[in-house]
Design a protein around this ligand. Structure first.
Ligand SMILES: Cc1cc2nc3c(=O)[nH]c(=O)nc-3n(C[C@H](O)[C@H](O)[C@H](O)COP(=O)(O)OP(=O)(O)OC[C@H]3O[C@@H](n4cnc5c(N)ncnc54)[C@H](O)[C@@H]3O)c2cc1C
Length: 456
């Protein structure tokens, strides 16, 4: 195993964290002629070992210019998603081709390819802080497996350490200093079961169950991995003093999951569920993946967005280093590219998530039964972040004179604010100097939306 040396030499790029974000960045930078180092606290056997639902759509690989995962890494091909109302009387079938992957093996496959092409990998090394000189990150302070603290220098440092933000968190007052409110998180727990006395029907369809009593401010899931094995878990909204474990206990008693099974994996972790952090770059620093809140705020899926952010980061880094610069201005193209594409969608979904989290089971049952948002438009909302006003109007006409006008009014407000926040992201500032003004507009819009939803 390689050990990081303090020999005065300098990396071009030093990546902290080899989860999906850090690995995909290393994969794309490999072979470019740059000296790239990756620092990861886990051992090789536990690469990408963080608890996860393991579901990822096919298009995320294509968008991030990655090969589709090889067969030995795929546990189950996914052909669609069922979304259930809390009373389970309504079921939406939503399209979406994807995979349930073996995370560790996919991580090893991609990072292995990067290492073959010369990326230097330092496993069981822990990043403790960035080295900051005159407002720019110039390297990392790292603890080696032998306990020795070493300093490694780099032209560009990348924080891909996930939820902990090991680098960004220790750069206060910087452009990437954008703290996560606990309410903008989900605390998730999942187990992997192997049934001994049960065959799962339609293993190619993953299931999402909305239920504010079983998973307050989140949902619970049942993702088959073949006919015998399942990844089952739930998330609850953070900041409400809730822990997912007692809810999971209740979940185990439901008829639809019952059977004799062995638990082969168990664990939990937190997920950010908001728009991206206001800036993903500062002088000498790039932040990607969960560390930059690159996730879908509605379902918390973050692997695909981490892949895409990593791909964009590789483009930004190669272009900046070719020009011999590493300032925030030089790296700003990453913000521009991300914020005006996935970032705009993420922000719209952040609005939608805030609305969904306030709905009662009764409202969810009613809304799904009456198809206030029709099945086909759920895909539209989730894949593009757009809730078409025409859809809401159709619902209004259909339901005129029926109950729950307030729910429909709210839906119209949601569609309006989703559109407005998208517009703001499409006008992301072209340079760091206008960031503060833009952030003020975004936070103002969100506060206004929250006030409207609360009827204030
Ligand atoms: C229970 C659960 C279920 C989920 N289900 C899904 C799903 O089905 N589909 C989906 O797309 N997403 C899902 N997500 C989200 C997904 O797991 C994350 O969005 C994704 O892993 C983010 O990748 P990342 O590389 O940014 O961060 P991480 O996966 O967290 O990787 C960060 C890496 O940095 C390393 N690291 C951390 N600190 C240090 C340090 N100080 N020094 C060195 N290394 C460090 C870690 O060991 C880790 O390897 C789920 C999350 C949870 C918690």
């Amino acid at each position: 195993m390689a050990e990081l040396l303090q020999d005065g030499s300098k990396f071009d790029v030093l990546i902290a964290g080899a989860g999906p974000a850090g690995t995909v960045l290393a994969y794309h930078l490999a072979g470019t002629g740059l000296r790239v180092g990756v620092i990861e606290i886990r051992p090789w056997e536990d690469l990408w070992g963080k608890p996860c639902g393991d579901a990822v759509a096919v298009h995320h690989f294509t968008n991030a210019r990655l090969p589709q995962p090889p067969p030995e890494v795929v546990r189950q091909r996914v052909e669609g998603v069922y979304i259930y109302s809390p009373d389970r009387r309504t079921r939406y079938r939503v399209g979406g081709e994807g995979y349930i992957i073996d995370r560790r093996r996919l991580g090893q496959y991609l990072l292995g390819k990067a290492v073959e092409k010369g990326v230097e990998l330092y496993l069981q090394h822990s990043v403790i802080a960035p080295i900051v000189k005159e407002g720019a990150v110039t390297g990392l302070r790292v603890v080696r497996p032998d306990g020795m603290v070493v300093e490694a220098k780099a032209q560009i440092v990348v924080d891909a350490t996930g939820f902990v933000r090991a680098v960004a968190r220790r750069f206060p007052g910087s452009l990437v200093d954008d703290e996560l409110s606990p309410l903008d998180t989900n605390i998730a727990y999942r187990e992997v079961w192997v049934y001994e006395d049960r065959e799962i029907e339609e293993p190619e369809i993953i299931r999402i169950y909305l239920d504010q009593e079983l998973a307050p401010g989140g949902y619970w899931w049942f993702f088959p991995e073949g006919a015998k094995r399942v990844n089952i878990g739930l998330g609850v909204q953070g900041g409400r003093g809730l822990s997912p474990k007692p809810f999971f206990k209740r979940l185990k008693d439901l008829d639809i999951v019952r059977g004799r099974y062995k638990v082969v994996e168990a664990g939990g972790a937190a997920v950010p569920t908001r728009r991206p952090c206001n800036s993903m770059v500062d002088n000498g620093l790039i932040v990607i993946g969960d560390a930059a809140y690159n996730v879908n705020p509605v379902h918390g899926g973050g692997m695909g967005y981490a892949f895409y952010a990593a791909y964009l980061a590789s483009q930004t880094i190669t272009s900046a280093l070719e020009r011999g610069c590493r300032s925030a201005e030089c790296l700003w193209s990453l913000n521009m590219e991300y914020m005006t594409s996935i970032g705009a969608k993420q922000a719209a979904l952040d609005i939608f998530r805030r609305f969904l989290q306030r709905l009662s089971n009764d409202e969810l049952n009613y809304g799904m039964e009456k198809r206030l948002i029709p099945e086909m438009d759920v895909t539209e909302v989730s894949s593009r972040g757009e809730l078409k006003v025409s859809v809401v109007e159709k619902a209004l006409i259909m339901l005129r004179g029926l109950k729950r006008p307030s729910l429909l009014r709210q839906l119209k407000t949601v569609a309006d604010y989703m559109k407005r926040i998208r517009q703001l992201y499409l006008q992301y500032p072209e340079s760091p100097s206008s960031l503060d003004q833009w952030v003020e507009k975004v936070t103002g819009l969100i506060q206004e939306f929250e006030a409207k939803l609360s009827g204030r």
